[in-house]
Structures are given as structure tokens and as C-alpha cells.
Design a protein around this ligand. Structure first.
Ligand code: GDP
Ligand code: MG
Length: 442
């Protein structure tokens, strides 16, 4: 499958210590094949790769990531953008909100109506009124009624003799009277795109002005689902897509193409026949899942290159025993320099970047060089026991390193703050969970 293939490609890429443009081009060619085999729309693949290539080549080299990691990061970011960036939310501003599900027969509309009502109730505390407006398919009304009964969710008592329009108008009146948060309308599909169906839907849309018109499409049909979404969007205008049967779709081509082709986001995915098998669609998570790595994982890789476990453990032990010396401080600075800015590393750990002690830790390159020079001008004893560095010693160090006493003062202050910060790291965190320095650098 796609995820396995991409993993193999990037593993190979990581195997090269130094990446040439040729390596990157070869890897991207393989990515292209993998996407095409996953049944992603050809045009989408082409544009996607152009964007990745442009970024991969135009990109300033980040010290904190290896070239292979940078390529992976770009692919991950572009995959996320491709699928719609941050997740799309349902518009629930109506009173009630009118949500209309449309799509071909067998795509999963009726089932998804029930799933959605359950989802809104359990995840959002919203009450829904289910509206069976499919008078075309035999027993469609009963199907929804049964599902509603199973879930304890009210279904409008529609009659087969009524038109879909009558059903919807009456249901809406009733929903307003009873104060439901949402009505979810199950509409009639056809086996193929059909003008009569589309006209019916258009009329419903004009009259009801729904907040959401969600196309329900079967992910297993791949590019057919994409084309169906495109046609529905052009003829009717949709607000989003729900892709069903995702659990059976080993390829993922529809999920990857729909946003790019229709400009409409996937809002939910169906992942099974059971009524709880509905998930919000989060492009970033899906992209990470496809590539088989989380944010933290990339952070780990990052740190592993520059610092081995043994050293981290040793350092942690020292800090616990308050032995964090200026020599260790210098080592730390060197590592930070290799990894990129400390701020950048911290920003990848949820929550930590907000802690105020990290706000002023941005250290620039030139300053790092001066700090090293200062520490090198100290005697071994001074490095191990900085508290002995008095005024006279400060003058000597400043002279020896070509800096000023103020700079020595600032460095010592910085060192003390870092010592305190690292100590607080190794103590118990807010929720009683201990954050290890080991965790931090790994
Ligand atoms: P409709 O004709 O569009 O109303 O489709 P239905 O709601 O009647 O669903 C058609 C079939 O697809 C039913 O057997 C559903 O159980 C099944 N189905 C719907 N969503 C999913 C899903 O996410 N996964 C799987 N495996 N089956 C689904
Ligand atoms: Mg149905």
C-alpha cells in the first residue's frame, strides 16, 4: 500500500549521508509512481510533485534536519495541504442547521445520516431530527426509521405518498417547533448521475437553503468517487464530502484527490458498517499516518543524530546531582547549534513552547561562537566551579577571549538560568508526570 511504499522510498533516501539533486529526483519519481498506483488523480500527482520539487530545491538548508528528513517533511506538509490543510468543520449555525446528504445509490447516505446524528449527539451534545426524503428507493424510509430507533434519535414520520419537498418542509417546521439543533436529510440517489435526481436536489437546495450539502461517496470506487464529487459540485454546489468505506480502501486515491479536484474538503470518513464508524477527517493526521511518522518521531530522529543516549543519560545524572558545569553548558550549546535553534526544537513539543522560561532562549550563531570563546578562556577549575569566578577572574577571561566583562556577566547569568531551567525539567511536571531531559533531547 501507499504508506508502505513511501516508507521504503524514504528509508532508502535516509540511507544516503549526503543527498544530491539526483537522489531527490529519483525518490520523487518513486513517490509519483506510488501515488499513481494508489489511484490518485494524474493531474493532482503532477501538480503535487512540482510543488514538492520546487520546495525541496529552493529550500534553505535547515541545520536541524538532514536533507532526507527535509524532503520527508516537505512531502508531509504538501500532503496535508493537498487534503485540505487544517480539518474542516461542520457549519452548525442554523436554527436548526439543515444538513443534506446527497450521492449515488449505495454510497452510504442513509447509514451516514444515522452515524452523523449519533456523532453530533455524543461529540457535540446536539440534537438531530432525521428526515427520510428518499421516496425513490423502496423501503428507504423504513431503513432510516429503524436506524433512528436503534440510536434513540427521532425520525420524521414521512409517508411514501409525499414528495421529498413536502417531507422536508413539514419536517423543518416540526424541527423548529420542537427546537432541534439540526435536521439531517436523507435524499434519493440513483445508480448513475441523473438529471432528474439533480433537479430534485436543486429544488430542495433553493427552498431549504441548507447550511451543509455533503456528498456521500464510496472511497473504494477511487477516481469514480472523485468524478462524482466533481459533477455534484458543478451541478449542485456542495459544502463538503463524506467518504465512506474507507476501511476497505487500501489505496487512498479518492481521499488524496478530492480536495484538489473539487476545492471542497472531506469532512468525515466512514470506516465501517456500524453506527459508530464515522470519523472526523484531519488532513495532517492522515498525512502523518500515510508517511508513518508523527511529529515527535521526527524530533526523535533529529536529536538522535546529534546526541547519543549514553551522553544524554550522563548529562541527566549530572543535572540531578547539580553538577551541570560550564563545560556541559558548552557541550549543550554545541549540540543546540547542530540541531538548529532551541526554540525550533521546543516548538515541536506540545505545550513546552508556551512555557515562559523558554521565551528568551533564542541564541544567535555569532553569540554562540563568542560564548565558546569565553568558556575556552576559562581555567578548568572555573568551568567546573563557576561560582569562583570573581571580578578579577572576569577581567582576565574577558581579556583572553577578546570580549567584555559585561559579556562574561551575561554568559554566567545565562548559564545559571539554563541550569535552573534544566533542573525544572527533571522535576515533576504539572500533572505529576516527570519530564526527563532524556525525553527532551530524544
Ligand atoms: P445509500 O443507498 O446511499 O443510502 O446507502 P446505504 O446507507 O443504504 O449503504 C449502503 C451499504 O453500504 C450498506 O450496506 C451500509 O452498511 C454500507 N456502508 C455505509 N457506510 C459504510 C462504511 O463506511 N463502511 C462499510 N464497510 N460499509 C458502509
Ligand atoms: Mg439510502
Amino acid at each position: 500500500n501507499l504508506s508502505e511504499k513511501l516508507n521504503t522510498i524514504f528509508k532508502k533516501l535516509k540511507g544516503h549521508g549526503h543527498l544530491t539533486e539526483e537522489h531527490i529526483n529519483k525518490a520523487l519519481k518513486e513517490v509519483k509512481l506510488a501515488l499513481l498506483e494508489a489511484d490518485v488523480n494524474y493531474k493532482v500527482v503532477k501538480e503535487f510533485l512540482n510543488r514538492v520539487k520546487e520546495k525541496a530545491i529552493g529550500q534553505e538548508v535547515m541545520r536541524s534536519l538532514t536533507p532526507a528528513q527535509q524532503v520527508i517533511k516537505i512531502v508531509r506538509d504538501e500532503l496535508t495541504t493537498l487534503m485540505g490543510g487544517s480539518g474542516a468543520e461542520l457549519n452548525l449555525k442554523g436554527m436548526p442547521s439543515i444538513i443534506m446528504l446527497v450521492g449515488l445509490q449505495g454510497s452510504g447516505k442513509t447509514t451516514t445520516c444515522a452515524k452523523l446524528a449519533k456523532f453530533l449527539k455524543e461529540k457535540g451534545g446536539k440534537s438531530s431530527y432525521l428526515v427520510p426524503a428518499d421516496t425513490y428507493r423502496p423501503a428507504a424510509i423504513e431503513q432510516l426509521q429503524k436506524l433512528g430507533q436503534q440510536l434513540g434519535i427521532e425520525v420524521f414520520p414521512a409517508q411514501n405518498s409525499q414528495t421529498p419537498m413536502e417531507i422536508c418542509i413539514n419536517a423543518l417546521t416540526e424541527a423548529r417547533r420542537r427546537g432541534y439543533d439540526a435536521i439531517i436529510i436523507d435524499t434519493a440517489g440513483r445508480l448513475h448521475i441523473d438529471e432528474k435526481m439533480m433537479d430534485e436536489l436543486k429544488q430542495l437546495k433553493e427552498r431549504l437553503m441548507p447550511q451543509e450539502i455533503l456528498l456521500v461517496a464510496d472511497a473504494m470506487t477511487g477516481q469514480d468517487a472523485v468524478n462524482i464529487a466533481k459533477t455534484f459540485n458543478q451541478a449542485l454546489g456542495i459544502t463538503g464530502v463524506i467518504l465512506t468505506k474507507m476501511e476497505g480502501d487500501a489505496r487512498g486515491g479518492a481521499a488524496l484527490s478530492i480536495k484538489a479536484v473539487t476545492q471542497k474538503p472531506i469532512k468525515f470518513v466512514g470506516v465501517g458498517e456500524k453506527l459508530n464508524a464515522l470519523e472526523v477527517f484531519y488532513p495532517d493526521r492522515v498525512a502523518s499516518r500515510i508517511l508513518g511518522m508523527g511529529d515527535i518521531l521526527s524530533l526523535i530522529e533529529k536529536a538522535e543524530e546529534t546526541m547519543d543516549v549514553q551522553k544524554a543519560k550522563e548529562l541527566e545524572r549530572k543535572i540531578r546531582k547539580s553538577e551541570f558545569t560550564l563545560e556541559d553548558f558548552r557541550d549543550q550549546l554545541r549540540r543546540i547549534r547542530k540541531m538548529g535553534s532551541l526554540e525550533q526544537i521546543l516548538s515541536m513539543i506540545p505545550g513546552l513552547s508556551q512555557m515562559k522560561q523558554f521565551k528568551n532562549l533564542q541564541i544567535d550563531e555569532r553569540e554562540l561562537v563568542r560564548i565558546e570563546a569565553i568558556i575556552n578562556s576559562m581555567t578548568k577549575e572555573e568551568r567546573l566551579r563557576p561560582e569562583i569566578i570573581n571580578g578579577k577572574r572576569r577581567k582576565r577571561i574577558a581579556y583572553g577571549s577578546g570580549t567584555t566583562v559585561q559579556e562574561i556577566n551575561r554568559l554566567l547569568k545565562n548559564y545559571n538560568e539554563t541550569k535552573k531551567m534544566i533542573k525544572s525539567f527533571t522535576k515533576k511536571g504539572k500533572k505529576g508526570k516527570r519530564i526527563n531531559l532524556i525525553d527532551f533531547f530524544h
